[in-house]
Design a protein around this ligand. Structure first.
Ligand SMILES: [Zn+2]
Length: 168
Protein backbone atom coordinates (compact mmCIF):
# COMPACT_ATOMS: atom_id res chain seq x y z
CA UNK A 1 0.00 0.00 0.00
CA UNK A 2 1.04 3.66 -0.15
CA UNK A 3 3.53 4.88 2.49
CA UNK A 4 0.93 6.77 4.57
CA UNK A 5 -1.31 3.72 4.83
CA UNK A 6 1.69 1.50 5.56
CA UNK A 7 2.85 3.84 8.36
CA UNK A 8 -0.59 3.59 9.95
CA UNK A 9 -0.61 -0.21 9.61
CA UNK A 10 2.75 -0.47 11.36
CA UNK A 11 1.23 0.57 14.70
CA UNK A 12 -1.99 -1.46 14.74
CA UNK A 13 -2.33 -5.18 15.52
CA UNK A 14 -0.18 -7.07 12.98
CA UNK A 15 -2.97 -9.49 12.03
CA UNK A 16 -5.34 -6.60 11.41
CA UNK A 17 -2.62 -4.93 9.33
CA UNK A 18 -2.18 -8.07 7.22
CA UNK A 19 -5.89 -8.39 6.63
CA UNK A 20 -6.06 -4.78 5.47
CA UNK A 21 -3.14 -5.39 3.10
CA UNK A 22 -4.96 -8.44 1.70
CA UNK A 23 -8.13 -6.42 1.37
CA UNK A 24 -6.25 -3.69 -0.49
CA UNK A 25 -4.61 -6.19 -2.85
CA UNK A 26 -7.92 -7.85 -3.71
CA UNK A 27 -9.64 -4.53 -4.31
CA UNK A 28 -6.77 -3.16 -6.38
CA UNK A 29 -7.24 -6.05 -8.82
CA UNK A 30 -10.75 -4.73 -9.30
CA UNK A 31 -9.61 -1.14 -9.86
CA UNK A 32 -10.38 0.07 -6.33
CA UNK A 33 -7.39 1.61 -4.53
CA UNK A 34 -8.05 1.97 -0.82
CA UNK A 35 -5.99 3.90 1.71
CA UNK A 36 -5.89 3.76 5.49
CA UNK A 37 -6.84 7.22 6.71
CA UNK A 38 -6.92 6.41 10.43
CA UNK A 39 -5.36 3.66 12.49
CA UNK A 40 -4.19 3.91 16.06
CA UNK A 41 -5.44 6.87 18.05
CA UNK A 42 -3.78 6.71 21.44
CA UNK A 43 -5.74 7.03 24.66
CA UNK A 44 -4.14 10.43 25.20
CA UNK A 45 -5.03 11.59 21.68
CA UNK A 46 -8.61 10.42 22.19
CA UNK A 47 -8.75 12.33 25.49
CA UNK A 48 -7.63 15.51 23.73
CA UNK A 49 -10.18 14.94 20.98
CA UNK A 50 -12.97 14.29 23.48
CA UNK A 51 -12.10 17.49 25.36
CA UNK A 52 -12.52 19.53 22.19
CA UNK A 53 -15.80 21.44 22.40
CA UNK A 54 -16.28 20.37 26.02
CA UNK A 55 -13.43 21.53 28.27
CA UNK A 56 -11.21 22.77 25.43
CA UNK A 57 -11.88 25.22 22.58
CA UNK A 58 -13.44 24.12 19.30
CA UNK A 59 -16.54 22.16 18.42
CA UNK A 60 -17.37 18.62 19.47
CA UNK A 61 -15.81 16.06 17.12
CA UNK A 62 -16.36 12.77 18.91
CA UNK A 63 -18.66 11.19 21.45
CA UNK A 64 -16.16 8.46 22.27
CA UNK A 65 -14.40 8.93 25.59
CA UNK A 66 -10.79 7.76 25.73
CA UNK A 67 -10.65 3.98 25.79
CA UNK A 68 -14.10 3.54 24.27
CA UNK A 69 -12.92 3.32 20.68
CA UNK A 70 -11.16 0.33 19.18
CA UNK A 71 -8.87 2.83 17.50
CA UNK A 72 -7.44 3.47 20.98
CA UNK A 73 -6.54 -0.21 21.20
CA UNK A 74 -4.88 -0.47 17.78
CA UNK A 75 -7.68 -2.84 16.76
CA UNK A 76 -9.45 -0.63 14.20
CA UNK A 77 -8.69 1.20 10.98
CA UNK A 78 -10.66 3.51 8.70
CA UNK A 79 -10.26 2.88 4.97
CA UNK A 80 -11.38 5.00 2.05
CA UNK A 81 -11.52 3.93 -1.59
CA UNK A 82 -10.04 6.30 -4.13
CA UNK A 83 -11.96 7.96 -6.90
CA UNK A 84 -11.50 5.47 -9.74
CA UNK A 85 -8.71 6.45 -12.07
CA UNK A 86 -7.62 9.43 -9.98
CA UNK A 87 -3.93 10.26 -10.24
CA UNK A 88 -2.83 11.52 -7.81
CA UNK A 89 -5.14 9.45 -5.65
CA UNK A 90 -8.25 11.30 -4.51
CA UNK A 91 -10.48 10.02 -1.70
CA UNK A 92 -14.01 8.97 -2.61
CA UNK A 93 -16.09 10.27 0.32
CA UNK A 94 -19.43 9.22 -1.16
CA UNK A 95 -20.04 6.17 0.96
CA UNK A 96 -23.81 6.10 0.58
CA UNK A 97 -26.55 7.40 -1.67
CA UNK A 98 -30.12 7.21 -0.32
CA UNK A 99 -28.85 5.09 2.54
CA UNK A 100 -27.32 2.46 0.25
CA UNK A 101 -23.60 1.84 0.06
CA UNK A 102 -22.10 3.05 -3.21
CA UNK A 103 -20.55 0.23 -5.32
CA UNK A 104 -16.89 0.65 -4.32
CA UNK A 105 -17.73 1.01 -0.60
CA UNK A 106 -20.04 -1.97 -0.88
CA UNK A 107 -17.25 -4.04 -2.40
CA UNK A 108 -14.73 -2.83 0.22
CA UNK A 109 -17.10 -3.84 3.02
CA UNK A 110 -17.72 -7.26 1.41
CA UNK A 111 -14.02 -7.99 1.06
CA UNK A 112 -13.22 -6.79 4.59
CA UNK A 113 -15.95 -8.98 6.06
CA UNK A 114 -14.82 -11.97 3.98
CA UNK A 115 -11.46 -11.65 5.77
CA UNK A 116 -13.18 -11.80 9.14
CA UNK A 117 -13.17 -8.09 9.96
CA UNK A 118 -16.16 -6.41 11.57
CA UNK A 119 -17.42 -3.57 9.37
CA UNK A 120 -18.74 -0.30 10.77
CA UNK A 121 -21.26 -0.39 7.92
CA UNK A 122 -23.14 -2.96 10.03
CA UNK A 123 -23.24 -0.87 13.21
CA UNK A 124 -26.79 -0.61 14.48
CA UNK A 125 -26.74 2.92 15.87
CA UNK A 126 -24.61 5.07 13.56
CA UNK A 127 -23.06 3.37 10.55
CA UNK A 128 -19.38 4.06 10.02
CA UNK A 129 -18.62 2.77 6.54
CA UNK A 130 -14.82 3.33 6.44
CA UNK A 131 -14.37 1.56 9.79
CA UNK A 132 -13.08 -2.01 10.20
CA UNK A 133 -12.18 -3.67 13.46
CA UNK A 134 -10.83 -6.94 14.78
CA UNK A 135 -11.70 -7.40 18.42
CA UNK A 136 -11.10 -11.04 19.32
CA UNK A 137 -13.09 -11.98 22.40
CA UNK A 138 -14.03 -8.38 23.20
CA UNK A 139 -17.58 -7.08 22.60
CA UNK A 140 -18.26 -5.36 19.25
CA UNK A 141 -19.31 -2.07 20.82
CA UNK A 142 -16.28 -1.02 22.83
CA UNK A 143 -13.34 -2.40 24.83
CA UNK A 144 -14.12 -3.64 28.36
CA UNK A 145 -13.08 -1.68 31.46
CA UNK A 146 -9.87 -3.58 32.36
CA UNK A 147 -8.62 -3.10 28.79
CA UNK A 148 -9.09 0.64 29.13
CA UNK A 149 -6.68 0.71 32.06
CA UNK A 150 -4.03 -0.95 29.90
CA UNK A 151 -4.72 1.47 27.04
CA UNK A 152 -4.23 4.41 29.38
CA UNK A 153 -0.77 2.97 30.09
CA UNK A 154 -0.12 2.47 26.36
CA UNK A 155 0.14 -1.28 26.92
CA UNK A 156 -1.42 -2.35 23.63
CA UNK A 157 0.16 -5.79 23.70
CA UNK A 158 -1.52 -6.32 27.05
CA UNK A 159 -4.86 -5.29 25.55
CA UNK A 160 -4.39 -7.63 22.61
CA UNK A 161 -3.50 -10.54 24.89
CA UNK A 162 -6.63 -9.81 26.96
CA UNK A 163 -8.71 -10.05 23.77
CA UNK A 164 -7.14 -13.42 22.92
CA UNK A 165 -5.04 -11.80 20.19
CA UNK A 166 -1.61 -12.08 21.78
CA UNK A 167 1.42 -11.34 19.65
CA UNK A 168 4.90 -12.53 20.51
ZN1 LIG B 1 -12.99 4.00 12.76
Amino acid sequence: MDPHSEARLQVVHPVLADKVRQMAATLLQEGIEIRVVQGLRTYQEQAALYAQGRTAPGSIVTNAKPGFSYHNAGLAVDCIPGVRGSNPWQPNWTDRVHGQLTPDYDRMVQVGKSLGLVSGADFASITDDPHFQMTGSFPIGCPPEPARDLMAQNDLKGVWAMAGLAVS
